[in-house]
Design a protein around this ligand. Structure first.
Ligand SMILES: Cc1ncc(COP(=O)(O)O)c(C=O)c1O
Length: 493
């Protein structure tokens, strides 16, 4: 039926679709050039004052032509990215994104699906990628799972399922105050900060998180952990979850996961594995042994926007036993009834497994990447990253001016410049300044870690664009900057 008052009504579509088509083509061309030319730009640069001023402008009240808005984006946004798409970015743990992901994001944006459930292709896509991901992790293909914003959200869901299961779901309605004793959660001192934040968020309190010491390889000390669990039980606590890590954030170490699985089976405690980046080592046939035992966990969380090389944001949680996952999040709401037919034919299956009701079509980029590259090619590049990181480690060990810090057993390499006659505090100060200069030079972006209290330059390598020569340039630049700094009087940290 034609609207009767056509002239008075408006929408937000282009008044001329052909103009829009031309703009989309121009943007597409620019984005191809942007990715193709990434190596020729600085790894990172700080936005200038003019850009700060631009983003201080008041709310725009009137419409402007889209090409004009795009000109602003080209001038003030595109030149100042985080830098993680660059071949010499190894800071924190960030992935690059892929060309296939660009296509998926464009299609996903045009479709703009709401993926809480519903009878639609997006639901089939998410179900399929969850099956694929479970298979790649050596989990049962019918394990439950959910795509979420990232590792923190995925881990939080895993821990919530553990908490609810340990209290036979009672905590969901009665709250933690109704319990006879405190619930406790365990991990190593190398655990990522998501764990304390999640204990806080889940009402357990961050002090419920009990951190066991690590051994010389930065892996959890299993005997000390067993001791802590026994002592906590003796004082009336209920241990509900042990968190193992596959790839710790500072050094990339992986806990002895088979030993943790044995301990948890003996103690009747849920084993959750934070495999934020390390879990992806499963895809490399030559390196999957590094994270062996992960498949025995009750739940596992990992990111695809890190070592899966996919565009932000996407992380995954898998829960081995689907019924436990569902019990943990199920809610009934009259406005979410489902019927024998129509779009709402099934339950809002994805919304029933996590915190979000409205959810985007994250699954599309996962599907498109896996369909384009296949798990073999992704695994080959992951293996290449580990080989490159190990070559960097060997190079650092052979350089008298550099000192390896930590085990560097997988894809994370920590090291520092060492200058004769300086103590640890002076070396910390020198290496902090070196890191800042290196980042500001635009040459490369490593980040930092404290290894046994000492400040380290940290390369976390999840970059499919890096070539061996990029690490050569890193080493040469660190030596040059280190020598320059060593000539000035020692700074205090
Ligand atoms: C080991 C580990 N766990 C969890 C996280 C948090 O993941 P996200 O940043 O995707 O929330 C990170 C992030 O670097 C990590 O390295």
């Amino acid at each position: 039926m034609q609207p009767t008052n056509d002239r008075l009504e408006q929408d937000l579509d282009p008044t001329d679709w052909e103009d829009f088509r031309a703009l989309v083509h121009a943007v597409a061309d620019d984005m191809v050039d942007y990715l193709k030319g990434v190596r020729d730009r600085p790894t990172w640069q700080s936005p200038p004052m003019s850009t700060h001023e631009f983003f201080a402008a008041p709310v725009p009240r009137s419409a402007r032509p889209m090409p004009e808005v795009y000109r602003d984006l080209k001038r003030h946004v595109l030149p100042y990215p985080t830098g993680n798409i660059h071949p010499r970015f190894w800071g924190w743990v960030m992935g690059n994104g892929t060309a296939a992901g660009v296509i998926a994001d464009l299609i996903g944006s045009a479709m703009n699906c709401h993926v809480s459930g519903y009878d639609q292709a997006a639901s089939l896509v998410e179900r399929q990628v969850l099956r694929w991901l479970a298979t790649l992790m050596d989990y049962p293909p019918d394990a439950s799972g959910l795509l979420v914003s990232g590792g923190t959200a995925a881990n939080l869901i895993g821990l919530n399922v553990a908490r609810n299961h340990a209290t036979a779901q009672a905590v969901r309605s009665k709250g933690v105050a109704s319990l006879s004793g405190p619930l406790t959660v365990y991990g190593s001192q190398a655990l990522h900060s998501w764990a304390a934040r999640s204990c806080d968020t889940l009402g357990l309190g961050s002090e419920a998180l009990r951190l066991a010491p690590v051994d010389a390889d930065h892996r959890i000390d299993i005997a000390a952990l067993a001791h802590m669990i026994a002592a906590d039980r003796a004082r009336g606590c209920q241990p509900i979850c042990v968190i193992g890590t596959a790839g710790t954030v500072s050094t990339g170490a992986t806990d002895d996961l088979p030993a943790l699985a044995d301990l948890c089976a003996r103690e009747g405690i849920w084993l959750h594995v934070d495999g934020a980046f390390g879990a992806l080592a499963k895809l490399s046939p030559r390196h999957r042994h590094l994270v062996q035992g992960l498949e025995r966990a009750d739940s596992v969380a990992f990111d695809l926007h890190k070592w899966g090389y996919m565009q932000y944001e996407v992380g995954v949680v898998l829960v081995r036993r689907p019924e436990i996952h569902e019990q943990s999040f199920a809610f009934a709401a009259s406005y979410l009834e489902n019927f024998k037919g129509g779009i709402a034919i099934g339950p809002t299956e994805f919304a029933n497994k996590g915190l979000q009701l409205s959810r985007g079509f994250r699954a599309l980029k996962v599907w498109t990447n896996l369909a384009t590259y296949g798990s073999d090619q992704l695994g080959a590049v992951i293996g290449q990253n580990i080989d490159q990181a190990q070559a960097l480690k060997a190079r650092i060990m052979a350089e008298p001016e550099l000192e390896l810090l930590g085990p560097a057993a997988m894809n994370v390499v920590c090291f520092r410049y060492r200058a004769a006659g300086r103590n640890d505090a002076a070396l910390d100060a020198l290496n902090i300044e070196l890191l800042v200069r290196l980042q500001e030079s635009g040459i490369a972006v490593p980040s930092n870690a404290r290894i046994d209290g000492r400040f380290a330059l940290r390369v976390a390598h999840t970059n499919h664009r890096t070539r061996g020569a990029d690490f050569d340039l890193l080493v040469e630049s660190v030596k040059r900057l280190g020598r320059e700094l060593a000539q000035s009087p020692p700074m205090q940290g």
